[in-house]
Design a protein around this ligand. Structure first.
Ligand SMILES: *Cc1c(COP(=O)(O)O)cnc(C)c1O
Length: 383
């Protein structure tokens, strides 16, 4: 393994608690003779829809495809014209922006709010004022903190924007105010939400997996069709679609793990609280713990390290057996593959790439471990 006393993420430890049920589910699928679609995928979809309090959930191949399929469906449905602008924060995983590009739309990078590290109503407003092609916004619930409040709700309503949530890191979180269609759950706040079940997410498959949730029947039908070659009846291809289906074997794995979502998230919350209670080193800025245990999923526990000390602190932590990670070390507009995208200055996104540091927060790290790591951080003295 990693050789660290406090590994960043031990996926074997994460899944071992589910092992007997996962074994049983895998054997069930193998013995079923049904390896695409069928009741395993349907069961997974109904569990997810219930968790998100929405009428429709569609399992797909991964989180990137979930995002891309929603946007492509909106293009097919005539809700958004090719080439239109979609607002997206510059401090997110690359998939958020790539989904916009591959749906034939234009990413408009905005700076996050320095306090929440998420997109703000003000940033959305500014982007709309600067680019008349804006038709949609993609709030990314970064690290599991919801990018949703009354102000965002009001600007998207006033500007008549389509809202696609990148909820890859936020499964099970609840917003402090209603979404556009009543549900407060991540993914169900806007017009459509995308989840990833990449193995490192709070609820991970044993391979790739993703899903779309929505209150729109039309969108649900279009997405389901697009994910299956654009088929609307046997050998009838209404759209030039893709193959983005979720395997029944992954659906079965996820049906085992999904009912544990709120408990998984609550354990992460306990570790975040332990970190915040213990860490007192003045070079470290801690994340804000909001009102309630279900406000955030703590997909990552991310601190900011001031004064150019991050590298030194990471090395020090490594020498004390603590593995850390960076989410993310390069802002999207600085990536070579995205260099052709026009953008305004994004000083906060750039600052964050130099300051953020993620500490171990998943199952496999105990609350006591988090407190110990916090004390190790407090003992760090920059040279
Ligand atoms: C993981 C992730 C994705 C992409 O999910 P995949 O399943 O890996 O395609 C998209 N956006 C964010 C914010 C993510 O964290």
């Amino acid at each position: 393994m990693s050789g660290y006393k406090y590994p960043f993420l031990d996926l074997k430890a994460v899944n071992s608690v589910f092992q007997p049920a996962l074994d049983e589910a895998a054997m069930r699928v193998i013995g079923s003779g049904r390896y695409i679609g069928g009741e395993e995928t349907e069961r997974f979809e109904s569990v997810l829809a219930e968790l998100c309090k929405v009428p429709y959930a569609i399992g797909v191949s991964n989180g990137f495809d979930a995002l891309r399929l929603i946007l492509t469906a909106w293009v097919e449905m005539g809700l958004i014209a090719k080439g239109s602008g979609v607002i997206v924060p510059a401090n997110t995983f690359v998939a958020s922006a790539l989904a916009i590009i591959h749906a034939g739309l234009k990413p408009l990078f905005v700076d996050p709010d320095i306090r929440t590290l998420n997109i703000s109503a003000e940033a959305i407003e500014q982007a709309c004022a600067q680019d008349s092609t804006v038709k949609a916004v993609m709030p990314v619930h970064l690290y599991g903190r919801l990018a949703w409040d009354k102000e965002i709700m009001s600007v998207v309503t006033r500007r008549n924007l389509l809202v696609i949530e990148d909820a890859a890191q936020a499964i099970g979180a609840s917003a402090a105010c209603d979404g556009l269609f009543g549900s407060r759950r991540a993914g169900a706040l806007g017009h459509a939400g995308a989840f990833s079940f990449y193995p490192t997410k709070n609820i991970g498959a044993l391979g790739d997996g993703g899903a779309i949730v929505t209150s729109s029947k039309k969108l649900a039908e279009t997405v389901r069709s697009l994910a299956n070659y654009g088929s609307t009846a046997p050998y009838t291809y209404t759209f030039a679609g893709f193959n983005c289906r979720l395997d029944p074997i992954q659906a079965a794995m996820l049906s085992v793990k999904l009912p544990e979502t709120l408990r998984v998230n609550a354990r992460r919350f306990e570790r975040a609280v332990a970190y915040n209670n213990v860490i007192a080193n003045p070079i470290v800025i801690k994340p804000e713990i909001t009102r309630h245990v279900t406000d955030q999923t703590w997909h990552q526990y991310v601190v900011r390290v001031n004064g150019g000390r991050r590298k030194e602190l990471r090395n020090y932590l490594a020498s004390h057996g603590v593995e850390t990670a960076l989410h993310y070390p390069v802002a999207l507009h600085r990536q070579e593959g995205l260099r052709n995208i026009a953008h305004r200055p994004l000083p906060i996104a750039e600052l964050l790439t130099e300051e953020v540091m993620s500490l171990p927060v998943a199952d496999g790290t105990s609350v006591a471990d988090a407190a110990t790591i916090g004390r190790i951080i407090n003992d760090f003295q920059p040279s």
